[in-house]
Design a protein around this ligand. Structure first.
Ligand code: SAM
Length: 361
C-alpha cells in the first residue's frame, strides 16, 4: 500500500509576492534561527564537515558510524543539516555544501570553526539577555559568566576554557580580516605603532611580517599580555613587538608613536568612551601622527549590512556597557571631538563588513 501525501498550499498562512519584502522562508529561519545555529554547532563539534570533506561523500550508514552517534540522534542531526543545505543529500549519500568545502580548500575552515565555537560557547549564553539588556541599557548577559570584573575580558581569565575559545576566535577573525587592513594602509610610513587592546598579537604579528621596519607596542590587560607574549615569541618577533600591560581607560597613553591602532576595539564601548580614548590618543601622538580604526562598520543609513546588525546583539548584551557595530558617521563625530582632521574612509567590501578609518593629528 502506498502512502499519498496531499499538498494543501491554501493552508499556508502568510504569502507575499514582493521580492524586496520578507519571504516566509526567511521568516521561518528567523523564528527558528537558534535551532539552525544548534545544527551548525553540533555538526562542527561532531566533525561532520571535516569527515565529509575528507571522504567527498558518504552513505548515511557510514556517516552515522564515523560520527559515533546512536541512530535516533543521528537521524535528527542529518535531517537538520540537510534541510539547512549545510550538507547535501544526493540519493543515498551525503556531501558538504560547496561553500563549506571551499572553506577547507582555501584553508579557512579553522577560522570559521573558531567563530562557530565562540558563537556557541560565549555569544549564545550572553545573548539570552538581549531584551533585558535593551531594557536596562547595559550588558546584562555578563551575569552568565563567573568571576569579578565589569567586562567579559576581565572575566575570561577566570574561565580558562572560555579564554582559549575567545582568543582562538579573536585571532582567527583578525587573521581573516587583516589582509584587508594591510592592503589598505602602507605601514612602512610609520616608525612606531601602538596597538591599543591588541589581544593575542595576531594583528601586530601580521603587520610586522608584512612590513620589515615597523616596530609595534601592544597594550592590553595583564592576562591577555601573557597570551600575546607567547605568540610573539613563537613568531620570533620579540625584537620588533613589545608588550605593555595596562588599562587604557585608567592609564595615560605612552608617547613616541606615530600611529595608534584600534582594531576590533571601538565596537566594545559607548561613543562617549570612544571619544575619551581617541582624545587620549590625540594627545599622545606627535603632530602629523595618525590614528587608525579597523573594525566591522555599519552603513550610515543604519539599516545594514545584516552581519553588522546580527553582531551588534553580542555587543549590546555581553562584553561591556555599550558598544555595537557603529556606522561610519559615529566614528567621524568621535574623531572630530577628539581633535583629529583629514579623516579618510576605506570600505573593504569583504565577507565581513570591515572598514578602515584613518585620521591625522
Ligand atoms: C575584541 S578584543 C580585540 C583584540 C585585537 N585588537 C584583535 O583585533 O584581535 C578586545 C581586546 O581589548 C582588550 N581590552 C579590553 N579592555 C581593555 C582595557 N581597559 N585596557 C586594555 N585592554 C583592554 C581585551 O583584553 C581584548 O584583548
Amino acid at each position: 500500500m502506498s502512502l499519498t501525501i496531499k499538498s494543501q498550499s491554501k493552508t499556508r498562512p502568510f504569502i507575499n509576492t514582493d521580492s524586496k519584502d520578507l519571504s516566509v522562508e526567511k521568516l521561518n529561519l528567523i523564528l527558528f534561527g537558534h535551532a539552525a545555529f544548534q545544527y551548525l554547532y553540533a555538526g562542527c563539534k561532531l566533525r561532520v564537515f571535516e569527515i565529509l570533506f575528507e571522504s567527498k561523500k558518504l552513505t548515511k550508514e557510514k556517516l552515522v558510524e564515523v560520527m559515533e552517534l546512536q541512530p535516533y540522534p543521528a537521524k535528527v542531526l542529518l535531517l537538520g543539516l540537510s534541510s539547512l543545505n549545510l550538507i547535501i543529500k544526493e540519493g543515498d549519500t551525503y556531501r558538504n555544501a560547496d561553500v563549506i568545502d571551499s572553506m577547507f580548500q582555501q584553508k579557512n575552515w579553522k577560522i570559521f570553526y573558531d567563530t562557530v565555537l565562540f558563537e556557541g560557547e560565549i555569544v549564545y549564553k550572553g545573548q539570552i539577555d538581549f531584551l533585558a539588556s535593551l531594557h536596562q541599557n547595559r550588558n546584562v548577559g555578563l551575569r552568565r559568566f563567573n568571576g569579578d570584573g565589569d567586562t567579559l575580558y576581565k572575566r575570561l581569565s577566570q574561565n580558562p576554557g572560555l579564554q582559549s575559545v575567545f582568543y582562538n576566535y579573536m585571532g582567527s577573525w583578525s587573521k581573516l580580516s587583516n589582509p584587508l587592513l594591510i592592503d589598505s594602509v602602507d605601514f612602512s610610513q610609520f616608525g612606531k605603532v601602538l596597538d591599543v587592546g591588541g589581544g593575542d598579537a595576531t594583528n601586530a604579528i601580521d603587520i610586522a611580517e608584512a612590513n620589515a621596519t615597523v616596530k609595534i607596542t601592544l597594550l592590553d590587560i595583564p592576562d591577555t599580555c601573557e597570551i600575546a607574549e607567547a605568540n610573539i615569541a613563537k613568531y620570533e618577533l620579540s625584537s620588533r613587538i613589545d608588550v605593555k600591560p595596562g588599562n587604557f581607560f585608567k592609564d595615560q597613553f605612552p608617547k613616541g608613536y606615530d600611529c595608534i591602532l584600534f582594531i576590533h576595539q571601538l565596537v566594545i564601548w559607548t561613543l562617549e568612551e570612544n571619544t575619551e580614548v581617541l582624545t587620549k590618543a590625540y594627545h599622545a601622538l606627535e603632530p602629523g601622527g595618525k590614528v587608525i580604526i579597523f573594525s566591522s562598520i555599519s552603513s550610515d543609513s543604519e539599516d545594514g549590512p545584516l552581519m553588522a546588525a546580527l553582531d551588534s546583539v553580542y555587543f549590546m548584551s555581553l562584553p561591556a556597557d555599550g558598544g555595537m557595530i557603529y556606522p561610519w558617521k559615529d566614528y567621524k563625530t568621535c574623531l572630530l571631538k577628539a581633535g583629529f582632521s583629514k579623516i579618510e574612509y576605506i570600505d573593504c567590501q569583504g565577507w565581513t563588513p570591515h572598514g578602515v578609518i584613518i585620521a591625522e593629528k
